[in-house]
Write a new protein. Structure first.
Length: 265
């Protein structure tokens, strides 16, 4: 049995563009699809939220004179494009998937509801939740926290270009150092851009250490923060996930793949 029954995977739009700097890199897409298939074959139910930053971001648009709400709607459409691309790549690997949309746009995708999503996940479909939250002024980070919490995912995993949480963006600042462990409160205090603050707050308010302990079969009443060092399961969890109150983000799905390869049976 895999460690997690159900996961929510967040892929940034930028991670899809590979080295080409814009749009969708077919090789990267194929690589993701292959890894998602491997994870699914381990019996894990997979929900995915993809960003749209490789195509359009509302905020960037508004800085160039676009109306913010229309710009955000364009951004949400960009996430739908990416979701369709991933769904198509998954299909090529024989993986059944459903694109769900936060805004009604049948027949492009099914209008999202938690119940339909959970049913599809239980039936073995990979569910791709597109159009973020369906509202302007939000991001797909918040979309993934929301969907992750709604579908009761055991863990939310974030694939980005950077292999962890750093004191600053390591692609811009060579002096940036990587955290081995971090809490939500530190993220606020240090003003780190791990996820946007709305998404961070959603996770902080909805996912607790108690849940993490229950999930890992640890006695919550005797739980101490220092146990993290002695508990290999949590170390592994901490090294790979945005989850509960220990947060980390992985650079690519290959890290996630490694976790499952090392999983306890
Ligand atoms: N967006 C939105 N509401 C949402 C999710 C996304 O308006 O709930 C828009 C917003 O303009 C955002 C764009 O879609 O900039 C693309 O999403 P995001 O920036 O999160 O993509 P990523 O950075 O992950 O590629």
């Amino acid at each position: 049995m895999a460690r997690f029954k159900r996961i929510l995977l967040k892929l940034s739009g930028e991670s899809l563009m590979g080295k080409q700097g814009y749009g969708i890199d077919a090789e990267r897409l194929e690589d993701y699809a292959r890894q998602i298939k491997e994870i699914q074959e381990m019996g894990v139910q997979i929900g995915i939220v993809i960003g749209g930053g490789n195509i359009f971001r509302g905020l960037t648009g508004s800085q160039k004179g676009f109306d913010r709400v229309k710009g955000d709607q364009m951004g949400m459409c960009a996430t739908v494009i990416n979701s369709l691309a991933l769904s198509s790549a998954l299909g090529a690997f024989g993986v059944k998937s459903k694109v769900m949309t936060a805004i009604r746009m049948e027949p492009i995708g099914e209008f999202y509801s938690k119940w339909k999503a959970v049913e599809a996940l239980e039936e073995g479909y990979v569910c791709i939740f597109s159009a973020g939250t369906g509202n302007p002024y939000f991001t797909t980070d918040t979309g993934s926290s929301l969907r992750g919490i709604e579908i009761e995912a055991d863990v939310m995993l974030k694939g980005t270009r950077v292999d962890g949480i750093y004191t600053a963006d390591p692609e811009k600042d060579t002096k940036a150092t990587k955290f081995t462990e971090i809490t939500y409160d530190e993220i606020y205090m240090r003003g780190l851009k791990v996820m946007d603050l709305t998404a961070t707050t959603m996770c902080k308010e909805n996912l607790t250490t108690r849940e993490m302990c229950e999930q890992l079969g640890i006695n919550y009443s005797s739980w101490k923060q220092s146990d993290v060092r002695n508990h290999p399961e949590i170390v592994r969890l901490r090294d790979t996930t945005i989850s509960r109150n220990h947060i980390y983000k992985s650079s690519s799905l290959s890290i996630i793949e490694r976790v499952w390869k090392n999983r306890k049976r």
